[in-house]
Structures are given as C-alpha cells and as structure tokens.
Design a protein around this ligand. Sequence first.
Ligand code: TRP
Ligand code: SF4
Length: 349
Amino acid sequence: MPSSAQRKRVLSGMRSTGKLHLGNYVGALDNWVHMQDEHECYFCVADWHALTTDYADTSRVKENSLEVLLDWLAAGLDPERSTLFIQSHVPEHAELHLLFSMITPLGWLERVPTYKEQQENITGKDLSTYGFLGYPVLMSSDILIYKADFVPVGEDQSAHVELTREIARRFNLFYCQRGRAVFPEPKTVLTPAPKLPGTDGRKMSKSYGNTILLTDPEPVVRRKLKTMMTDPARIRRSDPGNPDLCPVGDLHKIFSSPETLAKVDAGCRSAGIGCIECKGWAADALVSILNPMQERRKKYEENPRLAWDILEAGSARARKVARATMGEVREAMGMSLDYEAPESVQAAE
Ligand code: TRP
Ligand code: SF4
C-alpha cells in the first residue's frame, strides 16, 4: 500500500434504498472493494438522498441504511481500511449544502439530465420539491467536504460530479485567494460497467423487479435463472442459438471462467447444449461469488449492533474531517466562529 502521504482520497456513496443486487455489485461495489487497496476511501450511506424521492414515508429509512451497510460488508468493504459512514450522522454536510445552495445558479440544476428524466419517469410521487432539485448540491457537499480526489461512480452520476467541479470552482473564485483554493476539483472514475441484464433481459434494476439480490439463497438464484430470458431465436432444443444475443450469455461473459465461456459459445451455436444446462452453469458461477458474501454477512446479520457500531465509528471519523473543512470554509467566507473585531470598530478603539 502506498504511504499515507501519497494516497489519494476517494469518496463515493449509495442511496439507502434497501437490499442491493448484482447490478450494484458489478456497477460499483466490486470497484470500491478494489480501490481500498490503494486509496484512502470514504463510503457514504446517503440516507438524506434517499429522502429526496421517498420523503413521505420514513418508516424504513433506518432499516434500509443497515441493509446497505450489511451488503457492503458482505461484498468486502473493510471498516478497518475504509471509513463507512452515514450521511445524516455528519450534519456538516447539511451546512455545506446550505452554503453551496447560495452560490449555485438555478439553471445549473435544471439542466442536470437526471432531474427532468426522473421527474418524468418516477410516477406516483411529487418530485417538484426544493430538496429534489438540490440533489446534486447535496452530493457536491458529500464529495467536497472530504476534498476527495476521486469519485468512482456509474455513467448516470457523472453529470453530478461535473456539477461538483463547477461548484468547487465557483466557491474558490468567490472566497479564496489565488493559490489558496479550499476545494480541489474531484475527478470522476467511471466504473467500467459491463452490461448486466436482469431476468427479463432488460437492464437489472430494482424498479423493473428483475434483480438477483446479493442475499438470494442458492435455490432462489437457481429458480430465477430457470425462468430467465434466452436468445428468442432459440425456440426448440435443436435450434442453434447465439450467446451474444442472450441475457444468460451476458451473465456468462461477466461471471464464468474462460473454459465455461468456450463451452457455452460452441455448445449454443451448434445446439450441442440445451438452455437448461447452460443456465445451470451460469447459476453455478453466480452462487460461487454470492456464497462467500453471504458467509461474511452472517456475523453481522446475527448481531446487527456490530454493523451499527461500524457506522457510528465511521461517522465519528468522517465528522472530524468534515469539521476541519467547515472551519476552512467559514474562514474563507469571513464567517469564522472566532471573535475578531471588525476593522471599523478596531479603528475606534
Ligand atoms: N447519487 C448517488 C447515486 O444515486 C449516491 C450518492 C450520494 C453519491 N452521495 C454521493 C455518489 C457522493 C458519489 C458521491 O448513486
Ligand atoms: Fe442462451 Fe445458453 Fe440458451 Fe445459448 S444455450 S440461448 S447462451 S441460455
């Protein structure tokens, strides 16, 4: 591991919306787990962000945060090496969000692609709220309060990181002398997200109800695979198929060994194997990555207090860093908490 002086700081987060699925794993978590080897990592359970769309019913907020943490620990995020914390326990994020909201032009927010998209796509909830518009400003505070160098996210979040860079620039321009910027401009690290189909062949997503959860036990994984969509051209067992046009083929490409992949490719194209057999192999591959996760999860499931303690300790650590940054922010804005007589008063004295 590089020495602490050379280590770059990483921050990322997830909205706490409950149990995670394989799409969250290949799209983010797997990458985060690897980043822990080289960088100083902060991972945020974004429970305030969950409220931006689910504000009316908060009965599951806490439970959802805990579920996310359990899945993180299961996937291999290591609280000894990384700071795992919960957004609402570091209230400094809210203070910075407020100050950023003063300098963020409305037009910047209205132009963020996810803003209009989500308002149109999410039906049954009124998303014309102040908080929802400010979603990316809150995310900017999450990132900048730790002065993160890198933000590993999926493509869908990159506009938010771009906005974060613009907010950092504007803050530095208004309040900092040249060369004494408070905020660095963080870089997006795009997670190379392979196409991960859900059981119906569309992108795996909670809102489509086509997910395989990190907590699904083996029989459930096998059952979900059995009914998974295949190459539509392969109707009878004797029809040859094309794994490049088959969602199960996509799963093999991500999770199976080169040997299995070769067997699938040859067998499918020559109708030498049946889809049931092929799906069985895909299930084997999934089970072999989910098993160790579910093993690691057990300890915390049996004793959720342990997991909650991790979040509390992580949040205390995060608060220290956040507080130090807020000290600099107040100083830069001329609003430090220390008493200093204004110049006019000094002159009179
Ligand atoms: N908006 C992110 C998502 O929906 C979650 C998130 C909140 C986040 N705060 C963050 C991601 C800070 C990166 C950095 O996935
Ligand atoms: Fe898909 Fe496998 Fe059937 Fe080919 S054999 S169509 S890859 S499930």
